[in-house]
Design a binder for this molecule. Structure first.
Ligand code: ACO
Length: 320
């Protein structure tokens, strides 16, 4: 039996760091409102000439270095993103080209919005367990600032840009212990960006639309349920979880999930205050932060979980 193990992690944030007070100069909001409703204090915003693939490549280079591998060792690239460089080709193939990989390894994108990294990690795990890949680069990268209506205070204060990456390799012990993916397309109207390209025209609104309170209720319920399922199906108990590494959308959603799991806040990796919601990038960014600042140690059990538009959601139990 072979497992997928985390060999290394990396992350990248654009240089431009924007505070709540900076935002309050542009839209009718306040540091007090944003902090109490979401826990967010800062977010990073990509420069005009930065693309999602650029953020992804920086994070990937850090992850490769920490895994002590070179780009040529990678035999599969999966990029989770909702804000790709182009309609096509995939951002993963652009990352492959920018990393200088000439082996012809497969590369593709996964689209599950804020659950994208959980979907991508689960897919990479399946490739490794089935013997179809040995060293997989899994990246979550987003420039959400480009799909926000900067006049809509109910959404523009919530998101940020960034990228996080993980290198998974083969191991004879876990590694990824168990994972579960879920989706329910009936909730499409709660959160979407309805734009399409058709006949040379951009049709529909190219900005994120969200029913905030509706998303909040659904997220708390489904994240608690899928976290329970993954722990139970793996034969683990809640007290064996050393760290919750959640999608960083909103501190109140994270607190509710941690409370449901009986986890103290000192067992939760929290970056939402510094990054905002970076969608598919938020979990690998939090994971890399937790590892680099010494919170997460080798052999500890981590529960990663996330939910996003679709709705799509899931959780992964990992021994780091
Ligand atoms: N600044 C000041 N006031 C604001 C702002 C703002 N940025 N945004 C909204 N308000 C006002 C509203 O206009 C409203 O005013 P009114 O009562 O005069 O009409 C008031 O604040 C309350 O608005 P609500 O939407 O009811 O506020 P709520 O307490 O639900 O908080 C929030 C809104 C933060 C969006 C919350 O619903 C939430 O966190 N939902 C989850 C959304 C989320 O995380 N989405 C991320 C994408 S999906 C994912 O990643 C899981």
């Amino acid at each position: 039996m072979q497992y997928a193990k985390i060999l290394g992690t990396g992350s990248y944030l654009p240089a431009n760091r924007v505070s709540n007070d900076d935002l309050a100069k542009k839209v009718d909001t306040s540091d007090e409102w944003i902090t109490t409703r979401t826990g967010i204090k800062f977010r990073h915003i990509a420069a005009e000439n930065e693309k999602t693939s650029d953020l992804a490549v920086h994070a990937a280079q850090h992850a490769l270095k920490s895994a002590k591998l070179t780009a040529e060792d990678i035999d599969l690239i999966i990029v989770a993103t909702t804000t790709p460089d182009m309609q096509f080709p995939s951002t993963a193939t652009i990352v492959q080209q920018k990393l200088g990989i000439t082996t012809g390894c497969p590369a593709f994108d996964v689209q599950a919005v804020c659950a994208g990294f959980i979907y991508a990690l689960t897919t990479a795990n399946a490739y490794i367990k089935s013997g179809m890949a040995e060293n997989v680069l899994v990246i979550g990268a987003e420039i959400f600032s480009r799909i926000l209506d900067w006049t809509d205070r109910t959404t523009c204060v919530l998101f940020g840009d960034g990228a996080g990456a993980v290198v998974l390799g083969v191991s004879d012990e876990p590694g990824i212990i168990h994972s579960k993916l879920k989706a329910d397309g009936n909730y499409l109207d709660l959160l979407n960006v309805p734009v399409q390209i058709a006949d040379g025209q951009i049709c529909g609104t190219p900005y994120l639309k969200m029913d905030g309170p509706g998303v909040f209720k659904f997220a708390v319920k489904m994240l608690s349920q899928v976290a329970d399922d993954v722990i139970n199906e793996a034969g683990y108990s809640q007290d064996q979880i050393d760290w919750l590494v959640p999608h960083q959308a909103n501190k109140r959603i994270i607190d509710a999930t941690a409370k449901h799991l009986g986890l103290n806040t000192d067992k939760v990796v929290l970056t939402v205050q510094d990054h905002g919601n970076t969608s598919a990038a938020s979990i690998p960014l939090a994971l890399d932060n937790g590892i680099r600042n010494g919170q997460i140690q080798r052999s500890q059990n981590l529960l990663l979980e996330g939910i996003g538009g679709g709705f799509a959601w899931g959780a992964v139990l990992v021994k780091y």
